[in-house]
Design a protein around this ligand. Structure first.
Ligand code: HPA
Length: 297
């Protein structure tokens, strides 16, 4: 494909995938949630589910990572509805950043306004413990590229989008208040985004700490950049699944990351449900379902 048509191609492809979702929900929810490693089972906290496998959506690749199913799930919290991405695409899987962030372009095409990104992270700051949930206040993108690289399609967003407030202050304040009602102190944290897939070395973690990072992960930043380019309000909720390399004596293992994700599902689920209720309450409700996909729950 010629690079001059590449981004236009993204918009068209996103519209095609969105059209399939619209055939299920003619008025899609205004709130979306991307579920990170070990958190896919959070969809079970939503009732009235409609599950659409990524494989049924045009232009969606298949996630290759354990702990990441591949479904779009429409679900409800009381009368509030949300779109959940159960499984995301990572740069380390070999996808380019345009592919990694394709689901965000689909949400843009659907008119989603609020996006909750969740992620498993390693805790760099020594006071962070596995099981802590943090609200991202900012990120440092060290992936080595930018999802907006290439020709800009002005219909999708501006050439040089401002990134002074990637993670919405308003949503952070709301999330903090909702967390407090759950007895949870939602700590603010700066997220360093690395390409992976190897975990960091202790020297790299020292460097990240010196750069001002509190947690480290391998997702989220490209999605957040594209969501801001698209004009969405973004909330980043990260679960600390492990001490980052060298912070403790122990090695960093993917099994532990997944297990910590599973263990913390109830509280993360409660917080996400509350945020969906708050945010969906800010927009007109959506209507019922049509099309071939069955509703359960
Ligand atoms: N480093 C990078 N990504 C991660 C980590 C980590 O320690 N834990 C969970 N995701």
């Amino acid at each position: 494909m010629k690079s001059s048509t590449k981004r236009e191609g993204v918009a068209a492809r996103a519209d095609e995938a969105a059209a399939v979702l619209r055939s299920v929900h003619p008025e899609p929810p205004a709130v979306a949630v991307v579920l990170g490693s070990g958190m896919g089972s959070l969809v079970d906290r939503f009732t009235n589910q409609t599950v659409i496998p990524y494989a049924k959506l045009p232009h969606f690749p298949t996630p290759t990572v354990e702990g990441h199913a591949g479904n779009v799930v429409f679900g409800s919290v009381e009368a509030a509805r949300a779109i959940l991405f159960q499984g995301r695409f990572h740069y380390y899987e070999g996808h380019d950043l345009e592919t990694v962030t394709f689901p965000i372009r689909v949400l843009q095409s659907l008119g989603v306004r609020s996006l909750i990104l969740t992620a498993a992270t390693g805790g760099i700051r020594p006071d962070l413990r596995p099981g802590n949930i943090v609200s991202l206040s900012d990120h440092i993108n060290l992936i080595g590229s930018n999802p907006l690289r290439g020709l800009n399609d002005p219909r999708l967003g501006e050439r040089f989008p401002d990134m002074t407030e990637v993670y919405s202050k308003r949503l952070r304040t709301l999330a903090r208040a909702e967390a407090k009602r759950l007895g949870l102190d939602l700590i603010a944290a700066v997220y360093a985004c690395l390409p992976g897939p190897s975990y960091e070395t202790p020297a790299e973690i020292k460097m990240l700490r010196a750069l001002g990072a509190d947690v480290v992960g391998m997702s989220t930043a490209p999605e957040a950049i594209v969501a801001r380019h698209a004009g969405m309000e973004v909330l980043g909720l990260a679960l600390v699944t492990n001490a980052a390399a060298g912070v403790k004596e122990t090695p960093v293992r993917h099994e532990d990351v997944l297990e910590a994700g599973l263990r913390s599902t109830p509280i993360v689920g409660k917080l996400i449900r509350r945020m969906v209720l708050r945010l969906a309450g800010e927009s007109p409700g959506d209507t019922g379902l049509t099309g071939e996909f069955a509703t359960t729950g």
